[in-house]
Design a protein. Sequence first.
Length: 370
Amino acid sequence: MLRALLIDDEEIALDVLEILLREIGGVEVVGKFGKVFEAVDQAESLKPDLIFLDIEMPGMNGLAAGELLSGRCPEAEIVFVTAYHQYALEAFDKNAIGYLLKPVAKDRLRKTIERYETLRKKAARRAAAPLDQAELRASDQPPQSVSPHKLNLKAMGSLELYDGEGRLVTWRTRKTKELFAYLWNHGGEPVYRYHILDHLWPEVDSERAKALFHTTLYNVRNMLRAEGFADMVAFGDERYWMHTDRVSSDTERLDVLMRRGNLEDADELLALYRGDYLDTEHYDWANSRRGELRATYVRHLDRLAEEADGSGPVLGRLLWKLLELDPYRSGVYERLLRHQLEVGDAASIRKLEGWKRQLDGELADGSYTG
């Protein structure tokens, strides 16, 4: 039996929703509230599975109330109920569990409950997966396999998130993806809401930006809950942060390899740098870290290339990567050409000469962007 909490300042709306839930069956209404603060105070002790929350509430906007309720009841699913709130609907797709339109239709309500049960079963399967994986001997695990206890994030080049079984996670909206990336980018440090609004919705008026933020954050939490990480995004003192220790990433691995500084890691180091940090997403707020990471990586490759001088193919690969990232770094072109002449690689020499002609042409006509 599912446990439901109903919050609406209209008493008749509460009664109608309770009647519909009783007719559908399988749901017990454990609390009805006309005031948000009373509901927030008692929500944790009532342990609801579903919270039906009116968006237009006196004293506190329902979207803001949803933040408090999510903090008190991270395992609960919040279903917003609205008659006309355009901003909330903009952040949900038509198949989302996240809202119901007034007057609430019985069929729609039934589908919402069915969708919740589907998500709950999926989350239960995901939660059980680590127990199965734990039975495997460590020696049977492939090198650098994805931990079933963590999400796996690729942020070099394009942003890709994988679950504990290596499946690509899909995003409900582009802003859902960006908000996840933004919170993760801060490495567990709390961020004030107004900073998030300024970075993600800089050209949107304040009230609309707040509504879009709350519904986008709701999408992020829903996605994480479905993957078995219900309390991964936290809130307190008007600030939000992510428990990033539950995410392994290519940037984390890249940092480990650069600090280690071993030439034996060169091939993995080259493979990890699929492109600049969050490059294909074009997030302006990531520009600073993107530039810093690129500069650090280039300096590290330069040091490894010095160490690899005379070490055969790995030197060529390091120098090619340096040319790709910093084509006018002093002496790199000449070192690579000399290396190719020494190993007698005629095909690579022709490739390098063609690359040089193309680059010179782009510089001449002003099309080179670096």
